[in-house]
Design a protein around this ligand. Structure first.
Ligand code: HEM
Length: 149
């Protein structure tokens, strides 16, 4: 009886874990409406613009830390999205291309964490350099993953 209970609990736990770690869908979004990823990116853009001057201002550190964290969350959500450009990628190349996209987003998160670390330490010179490094990810990533308008 006890064993049966344990077995049932294990099956339920495994099923929950399988759902939690399910791979993001690779179905390409349709043309026309603004995609969820575009909305996240616009918010990221606004957040980055707000931080441009603030990251080197020690007085603004508490607010800047909150602003960087908001961008970090948007990047985590962006990782679960499929860029529009997926529609132009050959089926045979799709898995590798999506893996590269995941890596691009992970690098984005890593650089934002460096920025947050600098702000938490109160090192505004390092924060300025980290902010620049985050911004430099944009152009090469857009060349690889953003469909031409
Ligand atoms: C500071 C860094 C970045 C900024 C400020 C930024 C900003 C933007 C903006 C403003 C758009 C246009 C949204 C629209 O058309 O309405 C966009 C689109 C896009 N960005 Fe970024 N971006 C950044 C980094 C990245 C990175 C690192 C990646 C990928 C790893 C990426 C992937 C994309 C993609 C795929 C789109 C097109 C949206 C779609 O396909 O639905 N971006 N981004």
């Amino acid at each position: 009886m006890k064993n049966r209970f344990l077995l049932t609990a294990l099956v339920v736990a495994l099923a929950a874990a399988a759902t939690a770690f399910a791979r993001p869908t690779v179905a390409a979004p349709q043309d026309g409406d603004e995609t969820q990823l575009e909305q996240y990116m616009e918010d990221i853009n606004r957040g980055m613009r707000k931080l441009r001057r603030a990251v080197t201002d020690p007085e603004a550190n508490a607010e800047s830390i909150q602003d960087v964290r908001a961008i970090e969350l948007l990047v985590i959500k962006s990782r679960n999205e499929t860029p529009k450009m997926a529609a132009d990628i050959a089926e045979a190349d799709m898995a590798a291309w999506m893996l590269e996209y995941q890596q691009g987003m992970l690098e984005f998160s890593a650089k934002l964490l460096e920025l947050e670390t600098a702000l938490v330490k109160g090192d505004n010179e390092a924060a300025g350099a980290a902010y620049k490094a985050v911004g430099e990810l944009k152009s090469p990533a857009h060349k690889k993953f953003k469909a031409k308008d």
